[in-house]
Design a binder for this molecule. Structure first.
Ligand SMILES: Nc1ncnc2c1ncn2[C@@H]1O[C@H](COP(=O)(O)OP(=O)(O)OP(=O)(O)O)[C@@H](O)[C@H]1O
Length: 250
């Protein structure tokens, strides 16, 4: 179950493409996408999900071309965008069930799966609460529940840890570890502390270019042994950025 991106060009405006002839193969999951602000992480995930359309090139997810069968894409892919909007007048469980129904579940299955999805992100206690009254962190977890309610083959999460306190982060991380056993997970994050525990593949992008794509072990290559475990991912990331910047023509 791979994700293949071939010669993709995409921009929000014609003058400023975010990606030009971008090609990426993702075959090992969970995969994490790292990169500075504005690197193109959310745009890349939006293209993989099919929420954005490439101007040129092609994207295939699990052997199926994106854009050919939108209903199939919705059924097989779960998506957490950066901004999770509460639906006015819906409880948390109703919102998650509605997301499941939109993705092809029957009403009763969506209702049952919504309770399970809320449980997996530790939101069961808020299932009957109005979605618009959830805190920022709770809303983020609601978004994760919405993304996984229909048991998708691919789960694409844009900054699932944003705005979460350490306890909530650890709860979402445990959820991701659990779901990664049965779904191909792609996560964009600035959170590198748990990288080694969760991800098999690391992708680093900067300025719309891939500057690293490889196994987590390869990502750490060259980090001195003297660096403490808590700082190793950050050191590896900085090393890749510095290497890429110093090899750019001035
Ligand atoms: N809706 C939009 N309209 C116009 N330009 C956009 C839009 N969304 C993103 N961009 C631009 O596209 C580029 C890539 O942005 P993107 O949000 O994909 O980066 P990112 O790596 O996810 O950043 P961050 O870490 O800040 O979330 C940036 O130059 C950004 O300004």
């Amino acid at each position: 179950m791979a994700i293949q991106i071939r010669d993709v060009t995409f921009g929000y405006s014609l003058k400023h493409p975010v990606f030009e002839r971008l090609s990426i193969d993702l075959e090992s999951f969970p995969a994490v996408v790292l990169g500075p602000n504005g690197a193109g992480k959310s745009t890349l995930l939006g293209l993989i999900v099919g929420h954005l359309k490439p101007k040129l090139g092609s994207i295939s997810v699990g052997g199926h071309a994106r854009g050919k069968d939108p209903r199939r894409s919705r059924r097989t892919t779960g998506w957490l965008p950066q901004d999770v909007k509460p639906l006015s007048g819906f409880t948390a469980r109703q919102q998650v069930a509605y997301a499941g129904w939109l993705k092809g579940l029957k009403y009763s299955a969506a209702w049952t799966s919504a309770a399970e999805a809320l449980e997996s992100v530790s939101l069961s206690d808020h299932a009957a609460q109005s979605a618009s009254k959830l805190s920022g962190g709770q809303r983020r977890r609601l978004g994760v529940a919405q993304a996984l309610v229909h048991d998708p083959s691919f789960l694409i999460l844009d900054e699932p840890y944003a705005g979460l306190d350490p306890e909530q982060r650890s709860s979402v991380r445990d959820t991701l570890l659990a779901v990664s056993a049965k779904t191909s997970l792609v996560v964009s994050t600035h959170q590198t502390e748990d990288l080694e525990d969760v991800y098999a593949h690391v992708l680093v992008i900067e300025g719309g270019r891939v500057i690293f794509s490889g196994s987590t072990a390869k990502f750490y290559e060259g980090v001195p042994e003297s660096v403490a475990p808590a700082g190793r991912a950050e050191a590896a990331y900085r090393q890749i950025l510095e290497r890429s910047r110093s090899s750019e023509p001035s």
